[in-house]
Design a protein around this ligand. Structure first.
Ligand code: 4NP
Length: 160
């Protein structure tokens, strides 16, 4: 949260059923492996899937890496998120643009793209796997894992 020492990270994609829940799962997993305490959540800019579980293909790729996300439920970004989270991390440019428009002027949340946190990949989007095959979800997992590790490295160095 912005007024405490512990960062709170919100990942945002379009539907909150593919990329951002996988980013949430990857960051929780990587943070736990490093013994880092963080608040982590995800949301979508769209409302089509609100209340629903992650896409079965997202659940499958997470399960292949030993992580269960079937209990996650999609929600839409809300204005209060800009006060609750210290870092709001978009999965692509469209969602980053929408977050910039939604952001209340007083918000101190830091907005970024996930791959901005990966050396050499700043400005790259995480491709939307929704309309493709399962191989797209493997690429998403690889990207969100790299992003989660880079984000943890950045958070660690900003606290030194
Ligand atoms: P996500 O993927 O933004 O990574 O969750 C999508 C999920 C659903 C849709 C688009 C993208 N949709 O059009 O319903």
């Amino acid at each position: 949260m912005p007024d405490t020492d512990s960062p709170a990270i919100l990942f945002v994609c379009l539907g909150n059923i593919c990329r951002s829940p996988l980013a949430e799962a990857a960051l929780c997993f990587e943070a736990q492996a490093r013994g880092v305490s963080l608040a982590v959540d995800s949301a979508g800019t769209g409302d089509w899937h609100v209340g629903g579980p992650p896409d079965p293909r997202a659940q499958a790729i997470a399960r292949m890496h030993g992580i269960e996300i079937g209990h996650y439920r999609a929600r839409q970004v809300e204005r209060s998120d800009f006060a609750r989270f210290s870092h709001i991390v978009a999965l692509d440019h469209d969602n980053l643009g929408n977050l910039r428009r939604l952001r209340p002027v007083a918000s101190r949340a830091q907005l970024s793209l996930l791959l901005d946190h990966v050396p050499g990949r700043a400005g790259e989007p995480v491709a939307d796997p929704y309309f493709g095959g399962p191989e797209g979800f493997a690429a998403t997992w690889s990207d969100v894992t790299a992003g989660a590790r880079g984000l943890l490295d950045a958070l660690a160095s900003s606290r030194r």
